[in-house]
Write a protein that binds this ligand. Structure first.
Ligand code: PMV
Length: 332
């Protein structure tokens, strides 16, 4: 019985210049270009097996059958790959992440990057990284960036083929550390897909999008010149702008918890006192503290002494998506 399988591993990424809102929701073409750092240590491993005996896709996430909403998103993504390969066979998908999903740690980025690479390889498609990035974007915008390692830019694009990511600098360019202060582990009530739809209802979104290319240029320059203070200022501004849009959309979205605000205030003070650290927060309450590697140990011990922090994940810049060995394609 022909059985075509592949396994891929991908890491999430933390956006320094964030994307929020889609210019084309069906194609998930982002409202603005974005820039991120792929992070090591956290990862999603996904195995896809196309199997002619199956009558529907069988999807297991972290050891249990996927809930309906997640399963239909995966099936929609596999449909894109089935259309490209011209083979309608259903698949069994097993996906395992070593960090909490849906809590603003970009689990959809690593999940859709791993799914795209594994499913396209299992389907016998030989896609280059740009093509993988375009395809991953259709599942989750930020997944387009997790195809690459290190520091990565995602173009917004007017058409499907222009919405892809590109590496700005490799992981070893700058040893920044992302200390993720976990204050909630449960799944957020409003996912980013729903949040993207609400973005245009905020009076601030147009202004945020209009200035995004300018912020991205400042961030890019700070990364290339390893200028921490310039990076810190633009990263915090960009995060605050996105959360302002969220809070002023209709209905409003408030992802920040009291513990998140408390950490933001501490981070600002630590920087005033000379530590290289800044905060950035995705669509969830957990706070990413970006630090220089030298100052990361002091920041980590300070973070661990704050009440309400459940855990601190320590992540260096990481690699892009990769297939593991033992992938098989049987000619059908
Ligand atoms: O990829 P999505 O649809 O989960 O959206 C990601 C949105 C943010 O994480 C909040 C920002 C970003 O650019 O990663």
């Amino acid at each position: 019985m022909p059985e075509n399988r592949a396994t891929a591993i991908a890491s999430p990424n933390i956006a320094f210049i964030k994307y929020w809102g889609n210019r084309d929701p069906a194609l998930r073409l982002p409202a603005n270009a974005s820039l991120s750092m792929t992070i090591a240590s956290l990862q999603t491993e996904t195995t896809v097996i196309f199997d002619e005996r199956l009558e529907s896709d069988q999807i297991e996430i972290n050891g249990i059958p996927a809930a309906e909403k997640a399963a239909s998103r995966v099936t929609l993504h596999l449909d894109l790959i089935r259309a490209l390969s011209g083979n309608p066979t259903f698949a069994s998908i097993r996906s395992q992440s070593n960090f909490p999903a849906g809590a603003g740690i970009a689990s959809s980025a690593s999940a859709f990057a791993a799914l795209t690479a594994a499913a396209s390889a299992a389907a016998g498609l030989e896609l280059n990284k740009k093509q993988l990035s375009i395809l991953a974007r259709r599942g989750s915008g930020s997944a387009a960036r997790s195809i690459f390692g290190g520091f990565v830019q995602l173009f917004s694009g007017d058409v499907n083929e222009d919405g892809y990511a590109e590496q700005l600098a490799p992981a070893n360019h700058w040893q920044l550390i992302d200390l993720i202060a976990v204050v909630r582990k449960e799944h957020k009530s409003t996912g980013s897909s729903e949040g993207h739809h609400l973005a245009p209802t905020s009076p601030i979104q147009a202004v945020r999008v209009q200035d995004a290319a300018h912020r991205l240029e400042i961030c890019k320059k700070a990364i290339l010149q390893k200028d921490f203070l310039s990076l810190a200022r633009i990263v915090e501004l960009d995060s605050n702008l996105m959360h302002s849009v969220m809070m002023t959309s209709d209905p409003p979205l408030l992802y920040l918890e009291p513990e998140s605000i408390n950490i933001m205030k501490h981070v600002t003070r630590w920087r005033e006192n000379g530590l290289d650290v800044c905060y950035t927060i995705d669509a969830g309450p957990n706070v990413h503290c970006i630090c220089s590697s030298d100052d990361s140990f002091e920041v980590e011990s300070q973070l661990r002494s704050i009440d309400g922090i459940l855990d601190v994940f320590r992540c260096a810049p990481g690699n892009g998506v990769a297939l593991t060995a033992n992938n098989e394609q049987t000619p059908q």
